[in-house]
Structures are given as structure tokens and as C-alpha cells.
Design a protein around this ligand. Sequence first.
Ligand code: ZN
Ligand code: ZN
Length: 135
Amino acid sequence: MEKKFVMKTGGCICGKVKYKVKLDEIPKVFNCHCVDCRKKLGGINSIIALREGALEIDKKELGVYEHPGGSGNKLKKHFCKYCAAPIFSYVEKFNTTYLYAGLLDDVSILKKAKNIHYKNSHFPFMKINEDEISN
Ligand SMILES: [Zn+2]
Ligand SMILES: [Zn+2]
């Protein structure tokens, strides 16, 4: 069966960064509970794993913060230079770009998410069903 894709748009708070992204009809969404995301955003982080070349974006208004992840591989976080909204991160370990789901203009297709890094660092007030946890 042929894969179905949908084109979506998104952007930051101040409007200087806008993008188009090609998503799978059922995107791969993760809620990341890791300490790193928590410190970056102040809470849990919903991200979408993108296929190569899926994101069309003008990078000139983006700031980049690069640091080693837990595994020692590079993480490159891209954010709006003006309003600091997180746009996407590149994770060298998986050679994958992850889009911050909350910046999509329309989130209606994000119907399911797996929770990652839940067991080691979730907020105690956050209760999630076993079948929605992947590690
Ligand atoms: Zn902005
Ligand atoms: Zn994380």
C-alpha cells in the first residue's frame, strides 16, 4: 500500500520562523520526559520524528545550541532567535530530525503518542497507562 502524507504548516510565537512539513498520515509522536527536555522547555516535550527532507524551512532566523546527549552523540537544537520558541532538534545518534509538535498550526492529526524516558524521570503527578509507555 502506498504511504499517505499530509502537508502541514507551523511557526514560532513571534512569527519570524515559519515552515512547511510533510508528515505521515499517522505521525510518529513521542512525549519525551527526559531531564534534558524538561530543562529546555520547563515540562514534557512532544516531538514528531520526521522523514529525511520532510521539513522546508528558512534557517536564517534560527539559533542553534549544540550539546552532547546522554549517549555522547550530538544534539543540535534549533530555536527562533527572537522569541526562543523551539523549532526542531537533530539527534545524531538516530540521524533523525524531531519537530516540536506544539508549533504546528493544526495539531488535529496527532492522535497518538508514545511516552519515552518516562520511567526514569517523569513528574510524579503525571500518570500514564502502561501501553502508552515505550521506555
Ligand atoms: Zn519567533
Ligand atoms: Zn527529551
